[in-house]
Each structure stands twice: as C-alpha cells, then as structure tokens.
Design a protein around this ligand. Structure first.
Ligand SMILES: [Zn+2]
Length: 358
C-alpha cells in the first residue's frame, strides 16, 4: 500500500498541553507520526509518497474562510503583539451565551490574540505554535493526495495525517485538530465523483467536527464508533439520537460505547457501522483511523488489542469499496506503529504477525 507523509508535521513540535486547567506533558507529539512511518517502512510492504500541494480551496469548501485566515495569521500576530510564550492558547472562549439575545454582530472576533484565539477555539488544550499552520496545511495535502491515489485507481491508500482533524468543525479548531482532514477529503471525493461518500470514524473519540460539517448533507454519510459523550471528550456531541437533519436526516450514525469495550464487543459495533455503509451508494469510504481505542492508550478507556486492528482493517476492506484511510488519534507511542501496520495489512488482505521490533 502507498502511504502519504510530509515531514512538515515536525514543525508542530508540541511538548505540553493544558487539560482541566493543568499544564501536562503533551500526548499529540511528533513521535507519533514518526513511529508509524518507520514501522511501515520496516515492513517493506508500504511505499511512502510525498504529498502534492492542493491550495486553500478544498479547505474553504468545508471550513469558514475566517478560520483559515485566523490559523494562517495567528502565530505571526501573537509575535507582533508580544505574546510571552512559545505557544498560543486562548484566555477567553467565545461562549454563545455571552451575547445571547443580542444581535449576531455582537459576537466579534477579538483583536487581541488572547481573545481572538477563543473566537475560533473549542478548548485550551490545542496550542498554536510557530510551525502549526504549515503542519496543518501539510496534513490537508496529505489527505488530498491520498484521495488522488484512490481516485487514480488504488483500492486503498493511507494518509499519515498529523495533526489530526476530526474535532475541527466548520468554524472551530480544537481537540488537537485544526483543519478537518477527513471532511476535506470526503468533500473532495464528493465533488470529483458526484457520488455519495461514507466516512467511517473509528477513533476513540467522537468526531464532532465531521458530524457538524455534514449534519445537513444527505450525500455524505457519517458513521462513528466512539466513547460515550456522557464520560469522554468532546462531551458535546456523539449521542445515539443525533441522526442529521434536512437532507442529512438519517445520514449520521453514532455508536457510543462503554468503558472497557473489548475486541469482541468492538467488532460487533463495527459490523453494525459497516452494515450501514454497505447500504449507502458510492464507491469510496473515508476512514478516520484512530488507535486511542487501544487497551494501553493513556487517554482512552477501551481494551482493544493489536490483533483486532488487523481484523478491523480486513472487515472494512470486505465492504468492497475503495478506502481513503486517514490517521486521527492514538497516543500509546510505543505500540502505535504496530497497531497501524496491523490495520493496514488487514485492509490489504495480508496476514499479520507482530514484528519483533514492535
Ligand atoms: Zn481520539
């Protein structure tokens, strides 16, 4: 299988994050993408491809142009304003209730960067650094080049996106995500083919951004298996009764799962999601592939093992549709490469044995 990788992610060199108000060591680190890349290259069954630049239009096809402008300008603006840290996080978040009952124009994008960031941010844990914008743009190009490979005839291709994307909504970044790589890819497929597109999101977390972007779209099906929002991030979307509206009614399927979900229970849930996708017209599935479902993941609370990822990949490919596979989360850096290798070998119908190095 060919996989798309850009070294520009290395400039998004996150060392710390703020969770529950406390600054701690970062989870979404550069080593994540590097270990996946080196594990795939050591397998010898994967070939690395350099992404082509695709410009801003595919981004603004799903995102507010203001979000693109903000992310492009944010770091330079922070430097100009004398920002005292080597990362930018908002001081205030523009909660909708702040201007409740007032005209829409009362909700302004602040001038001071500390507040301006909060106009676009979901949380305070998604830092903007000097290299963040270039890395986020490269991750989009990785996703779109993966689309190009699949529309060019490959049965499946893998985009090693970093930073991830599925928490980014039309006008919001957060959850370690800046641009929604999977949504941008799905929209690119829809526009190029004129066919329905399905998105299968198997990251541990609900892809609130992807759901929001396609909420009223009947031609893009979103299916997500994730930790129940009653107990896990992002807490605000991901319940079973969110089915979409308007043209999108019935084109959103959430399958929230309990803590401790094991291989067997997960495969049963996956089969339910795949059955829905099998019923959907269209030849392409975009997979938001996360490995924070892994039993040893420091963030997640599921109990999946490495071999089940091979079976998950195999069952997804058994749909008989073409796969645009894009990396989302997964934070057990030690086993992350092996987990990705297992899933991707499964998707290719190749046998899997854990490598000795892994
Ligand atoms: Zn996740």
């Amino acid at each position: 299988m060919r996989f798309v990788y850009s070294p520009l992610h290395l400039g998004h060199d996150i060392r710390t994050q703020t969770i529950l108000g406390v600054q701690v060591a970062a989870n979404e680190v550069a080593e994540r993408a590097e270990t996946i890349r080196s594990t795939l290259l050591a397998d010898r069954g994967f070939e690395a491809v350099v992404p082509a630049t695709h410009g801003p239009e595919p981004i603004t096809a799903v995102h507010d142009p203001g979000l693109l402008r903000f992310l492009e300008e944010a770091w330079d603006e922070a430097v100009r304003q004398g920002h005292p840290y080597d990362f930018l996080a908002p001081e205030t978040i523009t909660n909708a209730a702040a201007t409740e009952g007032m005209p829409a124009s009362a909700r302004r994008e602040a001038t001071k960067i500390d507040g301006r960031a909060g106009y676009w941010a979901l949380d305070t844990s998604t830092y903007i650094l000097e290299g963040t914008y270039a890395a986020a743009r490269a991750a989009v190009d990785v996703a779109l080049t993966t689309v190009d490979l699949v529309l060019g005839g490959e049965r499946a291709a893998y985009g090693l996106c970093r930073p991830p994307g599925h928490h980014a909504a039309r006008g919001m970044y957060g959850g370690f995500c800046y641009f929604n790589n999977a949504a941008i890819a799905a929209e690119a497929v829809a526009r190029a083919t004129g066919e329905h597109v399905s998105i299968l999101d198997v990251d541990f977390h609900h892809g609130n951004g992807t759901e929001q972007i396609f909420w009223r779209r009947g031609d893009v099906l979103y299916v997500s298996l994730h930790a129940h929002p009653d107990r896990q991030y992002p807490y605000l979307l991901g319940w079973e009764d969110e089915g979409g509206e308007g043209d999108g009614a019935g084109a959103n399927l959430n399958i929230p799962l309990p803590a401790g979900t094991d291989d067997e229970a997960y495969l049963a849930a996956l089969d339910r999601g795949l059955a829905r996708i099998a019923d959907e017209p269209g030849d392409v599935v975009v997979v938001s592939l996360g490995f924070d479902t892994y039993g040893k993941d420091p963030i997640g609370d599921f109990a999946l093992t490495t071999p089940v990822y091979h079976e998950c990949g195999r069952r997804t490919a058994a749909l008989g549709k073409r796969l645009v596979i894009l990396q989302e989360g997964g934070y057990h850096v030690g086993d992350l490469g092996e987990n990705a290798r297992a899933w991707l070998r499964g998707a290719e119908g190749r046998r899997y044995q854990r490598s000795r190095a892994g």
